[in-house]
Design a protein. Structure first.
Length: 137
């Protein structure tokens, strides 16, 4: 059974069913080409920037490879299959969290969007997003 991506803004928000991942993550950076391919394969995500390679690593991986671990983040997955050209879901999430003074870094995958929030505010962030989604969440 294949699902169709959701494109309507309100349907994406109502259907986001946010789920908090208990694993702490860190946003790390390393000069382009200087990263062990084995580490790259274990990264949750990576992105090449002009300044170097950005990696999202579990706390254990970041520590094992000597990266800074002073800003642990937790991932909240928005479980709606949001269309790549859907408009407004990440904006609504970012605004709702900002209204509660919760920073977030949004990362989009093919099927879902993910909000990374400071670990100390993760439970509060999940509550905010559950309220935003409404009773269907």
């Amino acid at each position: 059974m294949s699902r169709e991506p959701v494109k309507d803004t309100q349907a994406m928000i109502r259907g986001m069913s946010p789920v908090l991942d208990p694993v702490p993550y860190h946003f790390c950076t390393s000069p382009a080409g200087a990263t062990d391919p084995g580490l790259l394969a274990q990264a949750l995500a990576s992105f090449v920037e002009e300044e170097g390679l950005s990696l999202i690593l579990t706390d254990a991986l970041a520590r094992a490879h000597g990266f800074a671990t002073d800003m642990p983040m937790q991932r909240i997955t928005l479980n709606v299959y949001s269309a790549l050209d859907g408009v407004g879901l990440t904006a609504a999430v970012a605004v709702a969290l900002a209204e509660h003074d919760i920073p977030c870094n949004m990362v989009a995958g093919y099927h879902h969007d993910h909000a990374f929030v400071p670990a100390a505010q993760a439970d509060q962030a999940l509550e905010v997003l559950l309220r935003l989604a409404g009773p269907a969440a």
